[in-house]
Design a protein around this ligand. Structure first.
Ligand code: TEU
Length: 554
């Protein structure tokens, strides 16, 4: 049906594939259509004035998340860490780093969040530890072949004196993925694997002690009431037997669609998650896990969300689709198909702490808001990143000496890195850090322009980005056709636009072109990411890069 009634049934995603009417709406489990809000603790809110965010600061600002209308908060790492990778280098997976607070602060955060109706999901980082973790210190102090070393991936080097890395793998942060150690007698020793920074030695997930340790870590936090986990580098835990060379790596996201590297997405990884799911299912309240798996192939990504494995997986193909009608449509189709094949909800994400903020990445705030409104209309679960509700852009002019991202540091500045999407949030007109810290300090400087974008200012402005996010999230919760994880039906629409209907009585129409388009009479305008002018005949003009929501026949 095009927007005047003709169904475009090329992509009709009815669950059973037949053209039967949609099954009666069932109450989905909370996580199947939840909206998660990622908090990056060091940049969210500071309570003690040291210029770095902390857990009590998050507690103070939880009402912002309740007022926004999200269902759950995902906390990036707050564990003891030397901060070589902003806390994704964990020295003690059961503790809280003093810069963020204490375990008691964490317990207070969980209690307060639950009191506000917010669930709490935390990051778990199983692919590697910090080099300051007790296990790695023990490995360095132990001889080759010891059980201490077998918890990690130590190998003899290649070449006459073992002076060459054991294989050709490279670090995600640049350079080789291997670092050579000195043995206790001072002689050049073995090499250890780190797919990220040298301060992040990869664990050996073929070691049963490693597996049981992480089941224990899951229980430690589940016992403290967390509602789930975001699994860092979920696709990386198992490496191919023998650690073979990777050889030539296909370039680009699409290029790796049907390629499997020896250190990503190995079939045995699913055994680990079947064990994790058994532990999660022991706990009341539907505790969940979401995989951070950069796996281009939708079917292989969906394999992580089979009924006896994880609940969700981040849909990075959607994030990587950019703001292009055909690519988005292709990815939405593939995502819905592959999710429905395993009975999992699709997830949608446009932002996180690793990618440039959407207004900058997509080419303007108008496109980012249009993309957001399109995303919230889709069936399934959505992940928001802190500050996107304020329309913050990537900060591209941070002084080099303040940058902390190993992507920047290890590339010698050739790669700008990820600090630009991690600048502390602007809360109010209060002080030099815009309400982020009582001292006015912030570990990265905020752009002067953010004084006009504070949460406090935008909350008072019905035309602000924050107000639109709040309205859209409320509509998504209240409209009978939205949320859920069911189906959509594409409607025929002009080139460069996307339109779909959801039952009952909802149409989303997005204009992804640089020119206005005329939307024929559909129904009542519910929300739009930009101004929409009506005409006497009931048609409307949808400006360039604008998404609109319509109520049909109601
Ligand atoms: O990211 C995994 C990952 O693959 C991406 O980080 C990507 O490789 C990286 O951003 C380089 O562009 C997770 C965390 O989200 C990230 O912050 C950590 O740096 C990484 O794991 C290591 O723990």
């Amino acid at each position: 049906m095009d927007v005047t009634g003709q169904q475009d049934d090329r992509h009709d995603h009815r669950r059973d594939g037949a053209r039967t009417p949609r099954a009666p709406a069932r109450e989905p489990a909370w996580w199947r259509d939840a909206v998660f809000y990622q908090v990056y603790p060091r940049s969210f809110a500071d309570s003690d004035g040291d210029g770095v965010g902390d857990l009590p600061g998050i507690v103070e600002r939880l009402p912002h998340l309740r007022d926004l209308g999200v269902d759950a908060v995902w906390l990036s790492p707050f564990y003891p860490s030397p901060m070589a990778d902003a806390g994704y280098d964990v020295a003690d997976p059961r503790g809280v780093d003093p810069v963020f607070g204490t375990l008691a602060d964490f317990d207070r955060l969980v209690e307060r969040a639950h009191g506000l109706g917010l669930r709490v999901v935390i990051d778990i980082v199983p692919n590697h530890t910090s080099h300051e973790h007790a296990w790695f210190r023990a490995a360095l102090a132990s001889p080759p072949g010891s059980c201490e070393r077998s918890r990690y991936l130590f190998r003899d080097g290649r070449g006459p004196d073992g002076g060459e890395p054991p294989n050709d793998w490279t670090s995600q942060f640049g350079g080789p993925a291997w670092t050579r150690v000195r043995e206790a007698d001072g002689s050049p020793g073995q090499w250890y694997l780190h797919l990220y920074a040298p301060e992040q030695p990869d664990l050996n997930w073929r070691n049963l002690e490693v597996r049981s340790e992480y089941l224990s870590i899951l229980r430690h936090w589940l016992d403290r009431g967390v509602d789930g986990f975001r699994i860092d580098v979920a696709h990386g835990l198992l490496k191919a037997v023998g650690l073979p060379d990777a050889g030539a790596i296909p370039q680009g996201w699409e290029g790796r669609m049907h390629h499997r590297l020896p250190y990503w997405d190995q079939p045995e990884v699913h055994d680990v998650y079947r064990g994790w799911r058994r532990v999660l299912d022991e706990y009341a309240g539907e505790r969940i896990a979401v995989a951070e798996a950069w796996v281009p192939n939708p079917d292989r990504l969906a394999a992580y969300t089979r009924p006896d494995e994880l609940h969700q997986a981040f849909n990075f193909p959607y994030l990587m689709a950019g703001w292009d009608a055909e690519r988005i449509r292709r990815v939405v189709d593939a995502s819905l198909d592959s999710a429905h094949k395993v009975g999992a909800p699709p997830t949608w994400v446009l932002a996180n702490h690793d990618v440039p903020r959407a207004p900058t990445r997509l080419g303007g705030l108008d496109r980012a808001l249009a993309a957001l409104l399109f995303e919230l209309a889709l069936p399934g679960s959505v992940y928001l990143y802190q500050g996107e509700e304020l329309g913050l852009e990537e900060v591209v002019d941070l002084p080099d000496e303040l940058r902390q991202d190993p992507v920047f540091l290890r590339s010698g500045g050739a790669l700008r890195g990820r600090d630009g999407c991690r600048v502390p949030l602007p809360w109010s007109d209060d002080g030099a850090s815009l309400g982020f810290s009582p001292s006015g300090r912030s570990w990265l400087p905020q752009p002067a322009g953010w004084r006009a974008l504070t949460a406090e200012a935008q909350a008072k402005d019905p035309a602000s980005t924050l107000s639109m996010y709040r309205r859209a999230l409320r509509l998504r919760r209240e409209h009978p056709a939205l949320g859920g994880d069911g189906v959509l039906t594409w409607l025929r629409s002009p080139e460069g636009t996307l339109a779909f209907e959801r039952s009952p009585g909802f149409v989303c129409f997005a204009n992804l072109t640089d020119a206005p388009v005329v939307v024929p009479p559909i129904g009542a305008l519910l929300e739009s990411s930009g101004p929409v002018d009506g005409a006497p005949d009931g048609s409307h003009v949808l400006p360039a890069h604008t998404t609109s929501w319509w109520s049909v026949g109601g």
